[in-house]
Design a protein around this ligand. Structure first.
Ligand code: SAH
Length: 256
């Protein structure tokens, strides 16, 4: 009788190995097979030297999840690596969906032990570089319409803007997708003051990191691409010494 393997899905953080958690390192050490996008292996080279590494290109997310599920079902200790946090627009849900499908088709198969290991997301890594912009209720919206219809994305932008959520925009632009970011600006301009702080972080915690601060009125002027995270403040967010600060609401007594 075959025994079930194990399946870790881990987030590697934004790029700097210092942001790889101890739990993620342990998961890598305990795995025989490591599966991910080629670009993600460079940051974990010394941890995967003795492993079977399976690198599949971008767009082959489903194939990566299928290989991972199948190898774990065959009894291997498998680790899927994802950037940032694997549960935030990452591989975790896809891996669980594939396992759900595989085990439903063959209910006699012993299900592998699955562990999703949290990672530092671009969301909180970029927020920290900007100061403290997401200190109150916030929404995270990806502008990629590859898997989600634009009508739904726009509805969510509208709702977040109307409800005064601090809003984190991921995938703001790509090579083929330009106008959606300007459309998001139009929507925020209808609901926020023009001087509302907006922070743009590109390549956070990587060698060519850049941090730019601007406003809702000017947020389309600096360059933005798919390596950028955009954080739009709420009606209370302000700048202090070029840091974005969203107050939590605590009263602060005057210095006596
Ligand atoms: N799972 C990832 C998010 C994947 S979505 C995470 O939790 O971080 C991909 C988007 O995340 C990119 O288009 C960009 O908007 C953002 N992103 C990822 N890494 C980034 C980084 N190092 N710096 C700035 N933004 C980043």
């Amino acid at each position: 009788m075959s025994t079930a393997g194990s399946l870790y899905v881990i987030g590697l953080g934004p790029g700097d190995p210092l942001m790889l958690t101890e739990q993620a390192k342990i998961a890598l050490r305990q795995s025989q097979v490591v599966i991910g996008y080629q670009g993600y292996f460079t940051g974990v080279q010394d941890l995967v030297q003795d492993k079977e590494c399976i690198a599949l290109p971008l767009t082959q997310e489903t194939q990566r999840a299928q290989v991972a599920a199948d190898r774990a079902l065959q009894g291997d200790a498998v680790c899927v690596i994802s950037s940032g946090d694997a549960g935030i627009y990452g591989m975790a849900s896809l891996v669980l969906e594939v396992l759900e499908q595989r085990t439903a088709c063959a209910s006699a198969l012993p299900c592998p032990d699955v562990v999703v290991v949290p990672g530092i997301s671009a969301v909180n890594a970029c927020a920290s570089l900007l100061g403290a912009p997401i200190a109150h209720d916030f929404a995270v919206i990806s502008l990629s319409d590859l898997l989600t219809p634009w009508e739904l994305i726009e509805k969510r932008i509208q709702a977040a803007a109307e409800a005064d959520f601090i809003t984190v925009l991921l995938n703001p632009k790509s090579m083929r997708r330009h106008w959606q970011y300007s459309r998001a600006q139009d929507i925020f301009a209808q609901h926020r003051a023009p001087e509302t702080p907006v922070g743009l972080v590109r390549n956070a915690y990587r060698s060519d990191q850049s941090v730019t601060t601007t406003t809702v009125a000017q947020m389309t002027e600096p360059p933005v691409d798919m390596l950028t995270t955009v954080i739009i403040g709420n009606s209370q967010t302000r700048y202090w010494q070029s840091r974005m600060v969203t107050p939590r609401g605590y009263p602060i007594a005057e210095t006596p």
